[in-house]
Design a binder for this molecule. Sequence first.
Ligand code: PMP
Length: 388
Amino acid sequence: MEVPKPKCLEKPLLVPSKLLMGPGPSNCPLRVYNAMKKPLLGHLHPEVLQIMDEIKEGLRYLFQTKADVVCCVSGTGHAGMEATIINLLEPNDIILVAQNGIWGERAAEMARRHGADVRVIEKPAGDVFSLEDVESALKEHNPAVLFMVQGESSTGALQPLEGVGSLCRRHGTILAADCVASLGGVPFFMDAWEIDVVYTGTQKVISAPPSLAPIAFSGRAMSKVRARKTPVRSFYFDIGWLANYWGCDGTPRKYHHTIPVSSVYALREALSLVCEEGLDSLWHRHHTCAQQLYQGLSALGLQCYIPDPVKRSPTVTTVTVPDGVDWMKVVRYFMSRYQVEISGGLGPTANKLWRIGLMGYNCTTENVDWVLRIMKEALENEKIKSNL
Ligand code: PMP
């Protein structure tokens, strides 16, 4: 054989345990890990379809919607973003992207690749858009779609969404929201806030492994999809096919793709934990742990990157790196000494800050204390200073 067996695969698979306190993924509870050990079944077996139906109910609760089309794209948060854009937009449709960090940039880039007419409104990193900002941009651009990010994980900002939906309805605009880094950690009401498309990822507050992107389309969003003059330019992400496979359209379910069934079990179990705790309690836990983190950081002499606490997402806290401190050395200190992950900045915030995640299973007072203790120790360590 010209290509011999690789030696590396003779060694056993070794994966260390780490506490993931960055902006995602978060760790999974044991019940979720155990769910993945259940027997593999086929993607159209009645037991799997039943589990998918239960996931839909869990997602309706999480999204707070009674929409028919609630399902998952097989893929991570980016797949949810791409599915949103590719289904809603036809060539030359105008999309307005509210950009205040990397996720708006990514959505704008995807929309350009799909041939849309992309208009951007911008805010500096850490800031959010007011209803007045949105309204004047809707008047100016008259977009088919407005894209907003609820939890901008690159900056830690929390975009208020209440009121945006009704503005969009008045302007005949479809509102799409990225809730990958926020859903479950902060209140979100798809129907009450008149949001047309929402997607998230499984690896953040839901605390399942990365692999599926829960997504929901309102009746209004589905009418726009059905009125398309051109077919959706992706078969895999076609929401019509996905809605059928997930049993959302009232017609017999057809094979679309082989769903990653072990991930489906994990999501089913993670959603069952969400329901056991209840959304009110989940939101409250994220709020109180974030307050504890803010107080502890300030006791260490550190400043949150976003001065106004109301504009901060409790799921991702951004912390300004003080002068004379090398951010990377601190991140490495956390990992090498304690196998704890915190992250540096991303996109507009690269090299300026640390990002500390409090998400789902990992959002506990004990973990906040632990992160603060390591941070104190790191900052007291002379080798952390940037000039050493
Ligand atoms: N949107 C936001 C707000 C995110 O935080 C992320 C992941 N960090 C994504 C989209 C993309 O998700 P994924 O990495 O799972 O593709």
